[in-house]
Write a protein that binds this ligand. Structure first.
Ligand code: CUA
Length: 343
């Protein structure tokens, strides 16, 4: 991990991954320069050395060179493999969610970032975090695609409609760092940003204590579940219940009607609320109504947090696969339903 403070226009390195990303980046530049210089020099040297001295001159024939061909195959092979291995190492470090990270929920919307801490504190376009602590963001968007980007941490991830994406980092230096939206998302895209405040643990605890916490995500979810959305009327548990049992659900493997299985992760729970008919649990009827349009993303994250809280040790349950990219997998899900055959 080299220090890049001498490079003009370069953001500070303020997370554990920053040095790795920069090392890879400088290696790429080094390789590019190392190959560009001989090419450019060669152009001039050969242009002069082999310039036309007589008309229709025929050069001497060349009949191949084993040594030369081996060398120009082997060197690029080694160079490209080092880039591949280096890139893979950084990628897996950056997008493998650590267990027991401090969890913060983030919702992007045109044009602001809203964050809520597990302890209930809310922020808009600001994020206060403790230094030297792994932080995991569970992110959703209320409208279009956004991208959560902190250059000083050398990390970013798309926030994609219809699913959760995750980002983690471990800040190494107290300070104030820029936070951006790095995906064009409409008129005020450029204004969709703010600051990340990295604080010593003590200062962070003071900050938490000094900010009205209100309800925690779990409490908000419990409220929605029991009162506002009446989920409990079907999902409270017990033999008379028409809805699938939710205690111990998170992280477990759910058998679906039709024979498939799915891991009950955040996306599964979210999709079960939005599109209950998508993945019906074995032994239940697809009678749960969709709550699409009735709950905001913030309420959804609260509901997910509540369902998670029904499973002890849920915090260290399945690591999210992370990363921007693939709309490929949209785990439709569904815990919905009612006991077979009704009665
Ligand atoms: Cu949100 Cu650009």
């Amino acid at each position: 991990m080299q220090n890049t403070s001498w490079v003009p226009f370069f953001p500070e390195q303020a997370s554990t991954v920053a040095g790795m990303v920069d090392a890879l980046y400088f290696y790429l530049i080094l390789v590019s320069v190392a190959f560009s210089i001989p090419v450019v020099v060669g152009i001039f040297v050969f242009a002069i050395k082999y310039r036309a001295k007589e008309k229709f001159a025929t050069p001497e024939e060349i009949h191949g060179s084993m040594v030369l061909e081996s060398v120009w195959s082997f060197i690029p092979f080694v160079v490209s493999m080092t880039i591949f291995v280096g890139g893979a190492l950084v990628y897996f470090y950056q997008y493998t969610m650590p267990e027991n990270a401090m969890e913060i929920y983030v919702v992007g919307k045109q044009w602001m970032w809203k964050a809520q801490h597990g302890t209930g504190q809310r922020e808009i376009n600001e994020l206060h975090i403790p230094v030297n602590t792994p932080i995991k963001l569970t992110m959703a968007t209320e409208d279009v695609l956004h991208d959560f980007d902190i250059p000083a941490f050398r990390t970013k991830a798309d926030v994609v409609p219809g699913r959760y994406t995750y980002l983690w980092f471990n800040a190494t230096k107290p300070g104030k760092y820029h936070l951006y939206c790095a995906e064009y998302c409409g008129l005020n895209h450029s204004g969709m940003g703010g600051w990340v405040y990295v604080m010593e643990r003590r200062d962070f605890d003071n900050w938490l204590a000094g900010n009205a916490s209100g309800q925690t995500p779990v409490e908000i979810g419990k409220d929605l579940f029991e009162a506002k959305l009446s989920c409990a009327s079907c999902h409270a548990g017990g033999p008379q219940q028409r809805g699938a049992k939710l205690e111990g659900l998170y992280g477990s493997t759910v058998k679906l009607v039709g024979g498939g299985t799915v891991t009950a992760d955040d996306d599964y729970i979210r999709n079960s609320i939005i599109n209950p008919a998508g993945q019906v649990v074995e032994g239940y009827q697809p009678i749960m109504p969709s709550f699409k349009g009735q709950v905001t993303e913030e309420q959804l994250t609260a509901l997910v947090a509540y369902v998670k809280s029904l499973t002890p040790n849920a915090a260290s349950a399945p690591a999210a696969p992370a990363a921007s990219g693939g709309p490929a997998q949209m785990p439709a899900a569904n815990a919905a339903a009612a006991p077979k055959g009704g009665k």
